[in-house]
Each structure stands twice: as structure tokens, then as C-alpha cells.
Design a protein around this ligand. Structure first.
Ligand code: FAD
Ligand code: NAP
Length: 884
């Protein structure tokens, strides 16, 4: 391996052994300082050495192990099968260690990490029992100055925090916590000599993973055990035993293939993902899938019973209720069972637990559960615990109260970056990172499994290895190109923060008071901390950043600076997922098909989607058109919304060629249910059978007919708007111009969802988004060719942007980021505005031309549709809209 050529690494030219001895014993100028000697810090040190960098690791513990050094409480084990919860970077190491159980115990995992430290001779560069207290960026020197509680001061080019997501215990936030005179234990700081509870009266506060693992074992020893529970937790039996035979077989047959699959999996373990939706599955399928996951006793199995359980409350509740059933059958006393049954959060939104006989423990005569929701702790006293109704005298008190997770250890050090900015100040309202690896204002500063990375939502060993390797590659590339500092840009960081939020927002996770949200620590900002887009998606994003010349990073060095600014992920995560799924279907492009086949393909796709929300009533009918009857479908708002209602005449999308009353049915239901207006969806004549201006004429005739028949339809006469999507928005806009020219009907508004308003296809969005997002430039051309002769395409009835724009009804226009028509919509909004028409432009961030119409498929579309419906209701100020 080539040595890095930084001025500080001159010592790399010295024999390696001498260098290591020197850096371990004489603190001074180093290439890298690492905080933490757990899984992350050990591997980071190994990689830094491989690069030929001088490095030192500090840990406040007296040995390696991190989590597995500190958490020595009875029953402590991993909750990811240990075949997977281990390093994979060295196949030889991987082969040398055999785990004795499916879920190894804390002592065994600690032994493993000690073995790793010894095998790679890492201890010589680790300073134990030493806490890093501060790290300050020295702008003159471009180096970090790091100090410890033992008085060390080290100067280092790079500062890497491998300080753990779950390493900073949460201080007990209970009145009188320090007063108890008996034995006090923290699961997160368990004494090395252990604890003997034989015959004692013991209290445990906390029923998270730590409490749930410890309680059954403490119960075996204690004379009396009282468990103080604030929030009941979902837990499933671990079914511990020998390592799973199927995984061992896969590893034996193809170790590298297995590890590769883990690296590119959703959660860091090769897992088959289902596409079965809980809401659509039969009772039999639901039960069968749930019981199989229950028997498997693995977190990712129970979290993946249904594809939609992380998103859809109804689907989630199916799994949650089956777990509650299991609790009721395990616990003999119905009242205790009820108290142990979680009901205040969706399953999975707080980390679920794996247990061995946890619920059954409450059947023992000497074990009692106290529900703190009914009987809160008023104070801890010298003798025990007081509640309003009772005092509990105890001999030993165990706090299993958790951690200041994900950010606690990071801001626990006084990290001060450029311009005197401290990390704590910067993150006062919640952490902000680029890729969870770096943060603006802190050059040459890296976090392993920082907030904004998959970290705690994944098998952490896989995520740790990926971070360490990415950092090592970055340092190597910097050296090769002669850069000395690296720091993300504001744009890249805010873009990543947004992406992390977008990923969280489409799930149920942010609804829970969890430590994922910072909700367990009083005063901590509520932000969804980890990245939930998946280990695979995250790895791809990191790889893409590097491949694009470290997009979003500024690198500086004596030979000059480089900054390729940008945002790595702008698309809504569920939109990207849908595009991937469609790409995998390998469907031919619509514009390569005869019209009949294209229509058949669209109709087939429509049969597989969710139906959209319930509305009060749906009626199919016909109305007279200029050349025969036009079918329509009327959607009446839910019966809770008293009629009569305003009416919206809606025109479906499909490039004047495709689509019908069914194609936009879920969208019409959604608009109707959200806005409280009657939606009358009209099926106009299509090209090429009926070319321009047939569709536009039909649209105007339909508007006239609905206006004339408003009362008969249950509408409020005079309260009429038009709406449409894509080519439907085109004819909706045209209908407004025709109505103005004809002196009526008077329209209250026009809702134009990603409209076609011009035949000019040269705007930038046609180039930027011309391919890859379902509606392509080629397809748009195909639509125009079917619809209108070139000579007609400048007619305002085909290209309303070219018409007179005065005197038109207020408009709501939606422009999606990844739509070839984006700039058309924006141009129409600005032209209408310039002509004095009130315009509400909605920018659908991260959406495509089609994604907003995918009701109950693209969840990130829902808030945009809510905004659209609100704008629609605002067209009718005299009418009260339903609660939004
Ligand atoms: P840690 O292991 O937390 O190590 C960080 C080290 O940094 C600590 O030793 C700490 O002392 C040190 N440190 C922090 N700040 C300073 C400072 N200022 N100065 C000096 N030293 C400092 N994850 C899974 O994926 N699967 C599991 O099954 C699993 N089980 C877990 C069980 C428990 C009980 C807990 C608490 C966590 C579990 N986790 C699990 C998460 C676990 O934390 C990670 O899997 C992994 O061990 C983290 O390794 P790390 O090296 O990043 O951090
Ligand atoms: P935790 O999940 O945060 O649980 C803490 C428990 O203490 C909760 O029940 C909490 O109640 C309760 N609590 C906190 N403050 C309280 C107060 N003031 N009064 C009363 N109750 C209070 O912490 P943890 O159990 O240590 O687990 C943390 C994470 O570490 C886990 O989620 C997991 O990722 C990891 N871990 C894994 C394993 C494993 O199986 N491998 C084992 C242990 C830990 P509320 O819920 O109401 O806040």
C-alpha cells in the first residue's frame, strides 16, 4: 500500500514498527486521532495503518470492546444473529472465529473484539482509560488540537469520532435519583465483578432492550423483583440456540457472496424482501407470514412481515395486534398482560426487542409490574421508590434507562471547528450532516455511523465497515490528489438533511416518542436521527458521491482547491423506488407501441394499484358532447361533508391519446375527499381517432353542461372550477380561455397539475428530465404527433401559453422537479401572474410528472396533494372546506 504524502506522514518512510511504537508513546503530531475502541475504532485504526498513517485511538474504557465492554448486565446479547454481527473485511479473520450461539453473549462478543485487537496488533496504538475532552480546529495549521482528561495534547490532521451511537448513558431524570442508599446499577455501566441479587428486593426501571434482556435473569436470583414500566415495548422471542444452519451453510458455500449480499441489503443482513401488502393479504396469508417470522426470532423478519407495515398504519396494526395476542397468551394475569401490551406507538417505530422468557417472567409470584403511567414515581428515596399510592422498599436499584443516543457522545466532546463554531452549538436544533459522515464547518472531521446514516437501523457491523472504508478511500484519494483538507458544502449538507427527512417522513417512524427521535432525553430536539433509506441505497449514495469527484465536498491543498458542489439525492425516496420497480419490469416505452397496445398497457398497470380513498358516492353518467355523448364519473364528498358542494370538472392525463375515467380514478377520489368538492371527471375524445381540437372542444362543452346542471348534480350553482393533469390540464386551461372568450361560464379557478401548455419543447426541463422519469421527451413528441398537426400546435387551443391571458380565473399550477414539463408549468404561472391572474405555484419537490397521481403508492405525494386540495378549496371561499 502506498504511503500518504502528507507532510505529517514523513514518518511513514520509517520502518513501520518503529513508527507505531513512537506514535503510541510520544503524543505529538499525528495523522489521525480516533475516539473509541469498539467495532468502529478498531477497524478504523487498522485501515489507517494500512494507509501508512500514524494514528492513535483514545477510549475511556480500560479495554477494547466499546458497547461490549460497558454493557455487562445479565442477559446482554446481540439482537442481530452473530453470523452477521461480525467483521467481514478480512475473509481469514471471518473464518477464524466461530460463534457458539445464534445470538452471542456479551462476554463472547467482547472476547471476539479482544481477539481482533490482538490479531492485528492494534493495542499499541490505543490509549485506554483516557477520555477525549476537546478537539479544536487550528485554521493556521489545518490541524486538530485534541486534549484528554489525562492531560494529553495531540495535534492531528484528521479527527475521527468512532465514539458510538449508544455509548453515552442517559443521566437518570428521576427525582431523587442519587439518593438511594442501597446498591445502584446501570445496565450501560455494569460492574466488571457482576452483581449478586440472591434473595434481594430488586427494582428495575426501564423496559427497553436492556431491561427486557436483564429482567428474566435478575428474576431468577432476586427474592422480589419490581419492574417499573413507563412504556410497554414490543418484544419477540429470540429462540436462541445454535447459529442458524441455513446461514452457516450459505457462509460455508460462498462466504464472499454472502457478505456481499449483506453489504447490498436493506438492513445489512441478506434478507428476502416481500412485496405482500398487509392491507391486501388474506387473513390466512397474514397469519402464516406472521407465525413464520415469530418462529424465526429475528428482527428483520418481524419488521418485514408485510411490505407496507412501516408505512401504512392499518398494515402495521395487523402485526402489532398479533404480537399483543402473543403477549396475552404468555401472561396469565389479564391485567398485567394488558399493561405489558404496547398501544401507543406503531410496531417497529421504537426499536423492537428480542427476549428469552420476558413476558413469562411476570407469571412468577415474586415478580411485580408497576405501570408508571398510572402510578408515576414521585421520588427515589434512601430506601427505595415512592409513588403516589405506595412506597417500595428495596435493596438494589437497576437503571435500564437507555442512552443519549446518536449525538450524545459526539457533542460530549467540546468539538470546535472553523470560526470558533462548536458542534454543540451547530446542532442545537438537531444534527445536520453530509452523509452522516461529515458536517460543514468541521474540516477533516469524520463520524462513524453518525446521525443521517443507517447506523442503528441496520446491522451495525456492516454499516461500520462501510463508513470506515469510505473514510479510508477518501483520505487515500485526497493524498493522491494532493489535498490536505476536506469539508462538505452547505448545499450538499442541506440537501442530504432534506433527503434524510424525506426518507423518514414517508414512514411511521417519526410518529413515535423514541430515542430515534431524541424523545427519550428531556430537552433534546425532536429530529428523526438515522437514515431509513436502507443500507444499500445509502452505500450507493456514498459511492456516487466519490465517483462524482466527491460531489458536495470542498477539498483544499497546496496545489489548489476543488469543489464540485451539488446535492446527491434530490428525488423523493419513494418516487425513486417506484421508478426502480418500473425499470425492473422491463416494459417497452409507450412511444414504441401502437396506440391500442399502449392503451392496453396503461389499463393493465392501473389494475394493480390501490383504489384510493373512499368517497361519499360515485356515479357514472353521460353528458351531451359536440360529437356524441361524453361519459363522466361524479365523485361526491364523504357523507360527513354536508352538501351542496362546489364542483370541479376534471380532465384526465394521457397525452390526449391515453387514459379514461378509470385511469385517474384514485386521484379524483383523493381530490374529492380532501377538498370537499364534487369532482366530475369527463372522458373526452382521444387522438388519433379525434385529433385537435376535439379534446379541447369536448372540455369546454363539458364545463358548460356541468355549469348548467350544477344543482341537479348536487353542486352549488356558480361555484365551479376546472382541473386536470398533464394533457387534461392542457384542455382545462384551454376551457378557461374559451369560457372567458364566450362570456361564460364564470369559473372560480383552474387547477393545472403538471400541465402541457406549449408545444415548444426546448425549455431546459425537457433536456434535464427528458429521459428516465416515465414521461419522456420522446413520448411527448409521440403525443403531439397523434394529437395535432404541426401547423396547429401554436394555436392557443393547443398551446394555451400562447393565448391572451387576461381575465382568467385564479390558478393553482403544480410543477414537479423531475418532469420534462416543469418549466412549461412555471412559464404559464409567471405569464398568468404577469397578466394579473392570481397564481398559486406549487413546486412538487423531488417528484416526477406522474408520481403525484400515484395515490397510496407514492406516500410523499400525499402532503403535496393536501396542498393542492387546500388551494382547490380556496377557489371557493364562501364554502367551508372539510378539516384538512
Ligand atoms: P461503541 O461500541 O459504542 O464504542 C464507542 C467507544 O467510544 C466506547 O468504548 C466509548 O467509551 C468511547 N468513547 C466515546 N466517547 C469518548 C470520549 N470522549 N473519549 C474517549 N472514549 C470515548 N447493534 C447491532 O447492530 N446489533 C446488535 O445486536 C446490537 N446490540 C447492542 C446491544 C447493546 C446492549 C447496545 C447498547 C448496543 C447494541 N448495538 C447493536 C449497537 C452497538 O452499539 C453497535 O453495534 C456497535 O457495537 C457500535 O460500535 P462502535 O465502535 O461504533 O461504538
Ligand atoms: P431504551 O430502549 O431507551 O429503553 C430505556 C427504558 O427506560 C425505556 O423503557 C424508557 O421508557 C425507560 N425510561 C427512561 N427514562 C425513564 C424515566 N425517567 N422514568 C421511567 N422510565 C424511563 O434503552 P436500552 O434498553 O438501553 O436500549 C437502547 C438501545 O440499545 C436499544 O434500542 C438497542 O438498539 C440497543 N440494545 C440492544 C440490545 C440487544 O438486544 N442486542 C440490548 C440492549 C440495547 P420510555 O420508553 O417511556 O422512554
Amino acid at each position: 500500500m502506498r504511503a500518504l504524502a502528507s507532510p505529517d506522514s514523513k514518518r511513514c518512510l520509517m520502518p513501520r514498527e518503529r513508527l507505531l511504537v513512537k506514535s503510541a508513546t510520544v503524543p505529538g503530531r499525528l495523522d489521525a486521532v480516533v475516539v473509541g475502541a469498539g467495532f468502529s475504532g478498531l477497524y478504523m485504526l487498522h485501515k489507517l495503518r494500512e494507509l501508512g498513517l500514524s494514528a492513535k485511538v483514545f477510549d475511556s474504557a480500560s479495554d477494547v470492546g466499546g458497547t461490549w465492554y460497558w454493557n455487562r448486565y445479565p442477559g446482554a446479547r446481540c439482537d442481530i444473529p452473530t453470523t452477521d454481527y461480525a467483521y467481514s473485511f478480512d475473509p481469514e479473520l471471518d473464518k477464524e472465529w466461530t460463534w457458539s450461539e445464534k445470538y452471542a453473549t456479551q462476554p463472547e462478543i467482547l472476547d471476539y473484539l479482544r481477539f481482533v485487537a490482538d490479531r492485528y496488533g492494534l493495542r499499541s496504538d490505543i490509549e485506554f482509560s483516557t477520555s477525549v475532552t476537546s478537539a479544536r480546529w487550528d485554521e493556521q495549521e489545518n490541524r486538530w488540537r485534541i486534549t484528554t482528561d489525562r492531560g494529553n495534547e495531540v495535534s492531528s490532521r484528521y479527527y475521527i469520532m468512532a465514539s458510538g451511537c449508544l455509548s453515552m448513558p442517559k443521566p437518570p431524570d428521576i427525582e431523587g435519583a442519587g439518593r438511594f442508599a442501597g446498591q445502584v446499577y446501570f445496565t450501560s455501566r455494569w460492574p466488571h465483578e457482576g452483581a449478586d441479587f440472591t434473595g434481594q428486593r430488586v427494582a428495575v426501571i426501564g423496559t427497553g432492550s436492556s431491561g427486557i434482556q436483564a429482567i428474566p435473569l435478575i428474576a431468577r436470583q432476586a427474592g422480589e423483583l419490581t419492574v417499573f414500566q413507563r412504556t410497554p415495548n414490543f418484544s419477540i422471542p429470540a429462540h436462541n440456540g445454535p447459529a442458524p444452519a441455513d446461514r452457516l451453510k450459505q457462509l460455508a458455500e460462498d462466504r464472499e457472496g454472502y457478505r456481499h449480499a449483506a453489504r447490498w441489503s436493506r438492513g445489512g443482513i441478506p434478507t428476502e424482501l416481500t412485496d405482500i401488502l398487509g392491507i391486501a393479504a388474506s387473513d390466512e396469508v397474514r397469519r402464516q407470514r406472521f407465525e413464520a417470522a415469530w418462529e424465526q426470532g429475528e428482527l428483520f423478519a418481524i419488521l418485514g412481515v408485510f411490505a407496507d407495515q412501516g408505512f401504512n398504519p392499518a398494515s402495521n396494526d395487523i402485526v402489532a395486534e398479533m404480537i399483543r395476542e402473543k403477549i396475552r397468551s404468555a401472561v396469565s394475569d389479564p391485567e398485567t398482560a394488558e399493561t405489558l401490551s404496547p398501544k401507543d406507538h406503531y410496531f417497529g417505530t421504537k426499536r423492537p426487542c428480542l427476549d428469552t422468557s420476558y413476558f413469562e417472567t411476570f407469571n412468577l409470584p415474586h415478580v411485580r409490574l408497576v405501570d408508571l403511567r398510572r402510578q408515576p414515581i414521585t421520588s427515589i428515596t434512601e430506601d427505595g421508590i415512592d409513588t403516589p399510592d405506595e412506597s417500595f422498599d428495596i435493596d438494589a436499584l437497576v437503571f435500564a434507562t437507555g442512552f443519549d443516543a446518536m449525538t450524545g457522545a459526539l457533542v460530549g466532546v467540546d468539538v470546535v471547528g472553523r470560526d470558533g463554531l462548536s458542534l454543540k452549538e451547530k446542532w442545537a436544533a438537531g444534527p445536520s450532516t453530509y452523509l452522516g459522515l461529515t458536517t460543514v464547518g468541521f474540516p477533516n472531521f469524520f463520524m462513524i455511523t453518525g446521525p443521517g446514516s443507517p447506523s442503528v437501523l441496520s446491522n451495525m457491523t456492516v454499516s461500520i465497515e462501510q463508513h470506515v472504508e469510505w473514510i479510508a478511500d477518501c483520505l487515500k484519494d485526497m493524498s493522491t490528489e494532493g489535498f490536505e483538507t476536506v469539508e462538505p458544502t452547505e448545499l450538499a449538507e442541506s440537501g442530504w438533511d432534506q433527503h434524510v427527512r424525506d426518507c423518514g417522513a414517508i414512514t411511521l417512524y417519526p410518529t413515535a416518542n423514541s430515542w430515534y427521535m431524541g424523545a427519550n432525553v428531556p430537552g433534546k430536539p425532536r429530529v428523526f436521527l438515522p437514515y431509513i433509506g436502507g443500507v444499500d441505497a445509502y452505500r450507493r449514495a456514498c459511492d456516487d458521491v466519490a465517483a462524482q469527484g466527491y460531489l458536495g465536498f470542498r477539498m483544499t491543498g497546496p496545489r489548489g482547491d476543488r469543489c464540485q458542489d451539488g446535492v446527491i439525492r434530490r428525488m423523493q425516496p419513494d418516487v425513486a423506488m417506484v421508478l426502480d420497480m418500473i425499470a425492473q419490469l422491463g416494459l417497452p416505452p409507450l412511444d414504441a407501441l401502437p396506440v391500442a397496445d399502449a392503451r392496453a398497457m396503461m389499463a393493465a398497470v392501473a389494475t394493480a394499484r390501490p383504489p384510493g380513498p373512499e368517497v361519499g358516492e360515485v356515479i357514472d353518467g353521460v353528458m351531451p358532447g359536440p360529437d356524441g355523448d361524453l361519459p363522466y364519473r361524479l365523485y361526491r364528498p364523504p357523507s360527513s361533508a354536508e352538501g351542496p358542494h362546489p364542483i370541479v370538472v376534471y380532465f384526465h392525463g394521457g397525452g390526449w391519446v391515453l387514459g379514461d375515467l378509470d385511469s385517474d380514478d384514485p386521484l379524483c377520489r383523493d381530490l374529492c375527499a380532501r377538498s370537499g368538492a364534487i369532482v366530475v371527471s369527463v372522458n373526452y375524445r382521444h387522438a388519433p381517432e379525434a385529433r385537435f381540437p376535439a379534446a379541447a372542444q369536448d372540455a369546454f362543452t363539458a364545463v358548460q353542461w356541468v355549469d348548467a346542471n350544477a344543482a341537479m348534480l348536487g353542486g352549488i350553482p356558480g361555484q365551479l372550477a376546472v382541473a386536470g393533469w398533464s394533457a387534461g390540464a392542457n384542455i382545462a386551461a384551454v376551457a378557461c380561455q374559451l369560457a372567458r372568450d364566450a362570456g361564460g361560464p364564470r369559473l372560480s379557478g383552474q387547477l393545472l397539475l403538471t400541465p402541457v401548455v406549449d408545444s415548444d419543447m426546448t425549455r431546459l426541463s425537457y433536456t434535464e428530465n427528458g429521459d428516465g422519469y416515465i414521461l419522456t421527451t420522446a413520448l411527448m413528441r409521440w403525443f403531439w404527433d397523434h394529437y395535432a398537426n404541426p401547423a396547429d400546435r401554436g394555436d392557443p387551443r393547443a398551446a394555451p401559453l400562447r393565448g391572451h391571458l387576461e381575465g382568467l380565473p385564479p390558478a393553482c399550477i403544480v410543477a414537479a422537479d423531475f418532469d420534462p414539463l416543469r418549466d412549461d408549468g412555471i412559464a404559464y404561472a409567471s405569464a398568468l401572474g404577469a397578466s394579473g391572474t392570481p397564481v398559486h405555484l406549487i413546486r412538487a419537490r423531488g417528484h416526477t410528472h406522474t408520481s403525484l397521481t400515484m395515490v397510496d403508492v407514492v406516500i410523499s405525494g400525499a402532503p403535496v396533494r393536501a396542498e393542492i386540495a387546500a388551494a382547490l378549496s380556496d377557489f371557493f371561499p364562501a364554502v367551508t372546506a372539510p378539516a384538512r
